[in-house]
Design a protein around this ligand. Structure first.
Ligand code: PLP
Length: 400
């Protein structure tokens, strides 16, 4: 599927054609995105919003058109609800800090799940520490599925927010976020969804989901690094205190009393990464050209095919066997250390990730130091899946 759009896939590592299966960490970029970046810097590089001159207006137009493209992509009600950040991490930190400062008080509670990326744990720990609140944890079972029934008992009248991943980056689990949101809302508790591992793999409709916040990174959806999105319902964003202070986020500044800009600018202090925002729009158009449904179907076929072939290897242990998964396969082989396996795969030209994948509580749950993780994107092929399986067998033989 459209492999030639991605120049890096023709690169060689150790003289072998690159087999890139580290897409949950970051995806490769199609030529149209690379071109959009250099085009921006060649043609219209300029600071936005404040300029009367032509370049500034051109750059501002493109920047705001990208915001509209994001709005359509996630079906937000308004561009006022689309805040540009540096990535999912910054988006979640923004919500934890601003929401925390506005609504969290001593004795309140925040719920996260046991399978969260550190980006959806540590910002809440910081906010709880700051406000004297308590962090509570929604567990998952040994298949890697959330134990949803526990949510009803975890939520109390002191619960202020629930923060859960749409898709787990280390288990591949697609969480039943509709159900999480329904349960939380039935107790009038808002929900933040960490969509970092979902936006490039399944359609997202924030209005249909009715989530209160939805956070993601551009670089995991074929866009440049350094750009992300925090979607928030206007009702929250209007009330929440700003995250950072500086240019652009203000209406009037005096030493006595500063007033803040309207949405979305209230949460966009300083000069944004304009070129990367424009690149994000190109990536959205690129995904749209192929169709998310087609991408999802292809990745599901790769997931089923590769899982079935890996399962035939003696000593194979999958970490994360939820019934609803994206194209993420975490595994261990016999008693080989994931790092050793990762190095031997790398020498065969296969790029996978090894370690805890920034989800140490998941590793603690299974009592393991880490996993080997292969993760798919739209350009991966069945030949690459075969190459992975062959390389794992070879590495296993070398290590045992
Ligand atoms: N959340 C999840 C589920 C992730 O997988 C990641 C990155 O791997 C993040 C958050 C953080 O994303 P970023 O490093 O792009 O901010």
């Amino acid at each position: 599927m459209n492999r030639n759009d991605f120049p890096i896939l023709n690169e060689k590592v150790y003289g072998k054609t690159l087999v890139y299966l580290d897409n949950a960490a970051t995806t490769q970029k199609p030529q149209v995105v690379i071109d959009a970046l250099s085009d921006y810097y060649r043609r219209i590089n300029s600071n936005i919003h404040r300029g009367v001159h032509c370049l500034s207006q051109l750059a501002t137009n493109e920047f705001e058109q990208a915001r509209e493209a994001v709005r359509q992509y996630i079906h937000a009600a308004s561009t006022q609800e689309v805040i540009f950040t540096r990535g999912a991490t910054e988006s979640i930190n923004l919500v934890a800090a601003s929401f925390g400062r506005t609504y969290l008080h001593a004795g309140d509670e925040v719920i996260v799940s046991e399978m969260e990326h550190h980006s959806n744990i540590v910002p809440w720990e910081l906010a709880c520490e700051d406000r004297g609140a308590t962090l509570k944890v929604l567990p998952f079972n040994d298949k890697g599925e959330l134990m949803l029934r526990e949510l009803e008992t975890l939520i109390t009248e002191r619960t202020k927010i629930v923060a859960v991943a749409h898709v787990s980056n280390s288990l591949g689990t697609v969480n039943p976020i509709e159900e999480v949101i329904r349960i939380a809302h039935s107790h009038n508790v808002p929900v933040l969804i960490d969509g970092a591992q979902a936006v490039a793999h399944c359609p997202v409709d924030v209005q249909a989901l009715d989530c209160d916040f939805y956070c993601f990174s551009g670089h995991k959806m074929y866009a440049p690094m350094g750009i992300g999105v925090m979607y928030g319902k206007a009702q929250w964003l209007n009330e929440m205190q700003p995250y950072q202070g500086g240019g652009e986020m203000i209406k009037d500044v005096t030493f006595e009393k500063t007033t803040y800009n309207e949405l979305p600018y209230k949460f966009e202090a300083g000069t944004p990464s304009v070129g990367d925002v424009i690149g994000l729009r190109k990536a959205i158009e690129y995904i749209g050209g192929i169709g998310l449904a087609n991408i999802a179907a292809h990745e599901q076929e790769l997931l089923a095919y590769t899982t079935e072939k890996l399962a035939r290897i003696d000593g194979m242990r999958f970490i994360g066997e939820a019934s609803h998964k994206t194209g993420v396969i975490s595994f261990l082989v016999g008693d080989t250390h994931p790092y050793d396996m990762g190095v031997l795969l790398d020498h065969q030209g296969i790029a996978v990730r090894t370690g805890h994948h920034c989800t140490q509580p998941v590793m603690t749950h299974f009592g393991i130091p880490g996993t080997i993780r292969a993760s798919f994107a739209l350009y991966n092929t069945f030949e690459e899946a075969d190459a992975l399986v062959d390389a794992v067998v070879k590495a296993k033989n070398m290590l045992s």
